[in-house]
Every structure is written in C-alpha cells, then in structure tokens.
Design a protein around this ligand. Structure first.
Ligand code: HEC
Length: 165
C-alpha cells in the first residue's frame, strides 16, 4: 500500500505550507515584527491636558484643533498601515469604521453606550497593539503615544467619516 509514499508526500506538503506561511508573514506589512513604533514629532501642547487618569470616552470629539493634530499624527504613524487620511485602502483595517455603526442606533442612550464602547476599544487597541498567537499585527503604542495623542487620532478618524470621495 502506498502509505510510505503518502507520508512522504504529506511531509513535503507540510514543508511547502510552512514555507508559504513564513513567506506570507514576511511579506504582509504588519506581519511578524510589525516594527518598533516610532514616536511622532507633532506638537500636542495646544490640546486640553487630560492628566494621568485614562478616559474611557473621547473627550475631544468634534474639537477642530484635536482633529488637526490627529491628522498630523495619523499621517506620521498610522497611515502606512491604515491607509492615507483613513480614506485610501491600506493593508490594515479602515479606522473610520470603528464604532461607525453606533450612529444607526435610534435609542440615544444605547448609541452613547455604543460610542463609549468603541472609544474604549480604540484606546486599548492602540495601547496594546494587536498581537495574536505570537504574531504582531500592530505594535503596542503604550509609552509612545499619550492619551492626548490617542484621543486626537480618534477625533481625526471619526471626522473623516463625513468626507465624501
Ligand atoms: C505596522 C502596521 C500598523 C501600524 C503602524 C498601525 N496599525 Fe493599527 N492595525 C494594524 C493591523 C494589521 C490591524 C488589524 C489587526 C488584526 O488582525 O486584528 C490593526 C488594527 C487596528 C485597530 C482595530 C481596528 C478594528 O477595526 O478592529 C485600531 C483601532 C488601530 N489599529 C489603530 C491604529 C492607530 C491609531 C495607529 C497609529 C497610531 C495604528 N493603528 C498603527 C496594523 C498597524
């Protein structure tokens, strides 16, 4: 019976899949070793200071200055993976969409809770990065970006929802 041949074929197959997986991980931007996050050089001094306690909700929503600062930050540190201006498709998720569905909720209290939840998800994702099964899809930004910077980024991507293209 053909068991030995099959076993051999299986091994070759497995070796091939492993090589393919490795090649994919090396090629996909944001794959293994998504690179050490580099601190942006954007002046945050005009943003209202938030202190040491982390907010659960975006305190800058709709603030024009925060949106402008967020735009500059985004271009420096997020655009290469998430797409220019959060409008162009990038290799990673479109950040304009995070929590966008909350707008569709008719109950205002529920909509507010939904937005708070999305804000919290945004904040913790940025701080912790995206690391699953030992693969770093996105580096953690804790210690690199302040909460002022993260909420400015959140304000910017949200504001980009209304951009028609
Ligand atoms: C090296 C590439 C890379 C960089 C730089 C990067 N990200 Fe990401 N990010 C990713 C990838 C890839 C994912 C999707 C991970 C997954 O598979 O779940 C992601 C996911 C996210 C998510 C969750 C999106 C969702 O729909 O669930 C948020 C929020 C996020 N990134 C914010 C940011 C912000 C803000 C910046 C800039 C400070 C940033 N990222 C920089 C690669 C990157």
């Amino acid at each position: 019976m053909s068991t030995p041949t099959r076993a051999c074929a299986d091994t070759t197959q497995r070796r091939r899949s492993r090589a393919l997986l490795l090649a994919l991980l090396l090629v996909i931007p944001g794959g293994v070793g998504a690179a050490t996050p580099v601190a942006p050089t954007v002046d945050l001094s005009g943003l209202p200071a938030l202190g040491n306690e982390w907010r659960e909700e975006n305190p800058y929503r709709g603030n024009a200055h925060a949106i402008a600062v967020g735009r500059a930050l985004y271009a420096q540190v997020c655009a290469r993976c998430h797409g220019a201006e959060s409008l162009e498709p990038g290799p990673a998720a479109n950040l304009r969409l995070v929590g966008m569905y909350c707008q569709r909720l008719k109950d205002p209290q529920l909509a507010a809770r939904c937005t708070r939840d999305a804000d919290h998800y945004f904040l913790t994702t940025v701080l912790e990065g995206k690391i699953r099964l030992g693969v770093e899809h996105m580096p953690p930004w804790a210690g690199v970006l302040s909460q002022e910077a993260i909420w400015a980024l959140r304000s910017f991507v949200e504001a980009q929802r209304s951009v028609k293209r």
